[in-house]
Design a binder for this molecule. Structure first.
Ligand code: PGA
Length: 251
């Protein structure tokens, strides 16, 4: 791993009530003592964000949302805005997760606007990109990644680029138990860094790029030991404190 500080994010998706969030954090925060080497971010559902921020207050752990709307307020029933998140102490937001892209029709055009909104509000975006299984089989992985990144970055300034986090999440590896091989993850991440470098080489050296897709305690060390892989976005294996802790320790 490079001089970039490791970044580990727990994406709980639609799991955990307030009580379950507090129980996880009481156990997790009790164990993380030595983990000052990494940025650790917990992404609970909206209803548990405030409780998570409260529980993490005197800890190094930060709290992120799993999505947000691009506008700061308005007639958008069911949506949550960036100022609403920052007002309760949320510091980051996952944008463009493949489940949002595929199940909720999230477009790259909307993501481009959401990235700008997140930076304006002072939220660190964790932007997810990745190819589907058929796209990998067709040999178009790099075309897909380039298309997503170029569209999503359209209005992001070179000054903001190094502050964001990018997660390479091959869609076929998410929640399937099929992990990308360390070579596949390293190759895609190095390609993503080269696309960032076309915009700004300093940003490319600084931006943290994570791998996500069936990361578990058993494969974390192998993946996180690879050149250019700066951390992990963890779904299934992040809901148990001991499993997520083991992944954080592997970074
Ligand atoms: P997974 O999910 O670890 O369960 O594959 C990762 C993600 O969706 O971010």
């Amino acid at each position: 791993m490079s001089e970039r500080r490791p970044y580990l994010a727990a994406n709980w998706k639609m799991q955990k009530t307030v009580e379950e969030t507090e129980d996880f954090l009481d156990r997790f925060l009790g164990e993380i003592g030595e983990l000052a080497h990494a940025d650790i971010v917990i992404c609970p559902p909206f209803t548990a964000l405030a409780a998570a921020v409260e529980r993490c207050r005197r800890s190094p752990v930060r709290v992120a949302a799993q999505n947000m709307h691009e506008a700061s307020s308005g007639a958008y029933t069911g949506e949550i805005s960036a100022p609403m998140l920052t007002s309760i102490g949320v510091e980051a937001v996952i944008l463009g997760h493949s489940e949002r892209r595929s199940l909720f029709a999230e477009t790259d055009e909307a993501l481009a606007r959401k990235l700008v909104t997140a930076f304006e509000a002072g939220l660190q975006p964790i932007l997810c990109v990745g190819e589907s299984e058929s796209e990998r089989e067709d040999g178009v992985t790099e075309d897909v990644l380039r298309r997503q990144l170029e569209a999503d970055f359209e209005s992001v300034s070179a000054k903001d680029l190094p502050e964001m986090v990018i997660a390479y999440e091959p869609v076929w590896a998410i929640g399937t138990g099929k992990t990308a091989s360390p070579e596949q993850a390293e190759g895609a991440i190095s390609f993503i860094r080269s696309v960032v470098a076309e915009r700004d080489s300093r940003a490319a050296a600084q931006v943290r790029i994570l791998y996500g897709g069936s990361v578990k305690p058993g494969n974390a060390e192998e993946l996180l030991g690879r050149e250019g892989i700066d951390g992990a976005l963890v779904g299934g294996a992040s809901v148990e404190p001991a499993d997520f802790l083991a992944i954080c320790e592997a970074a």
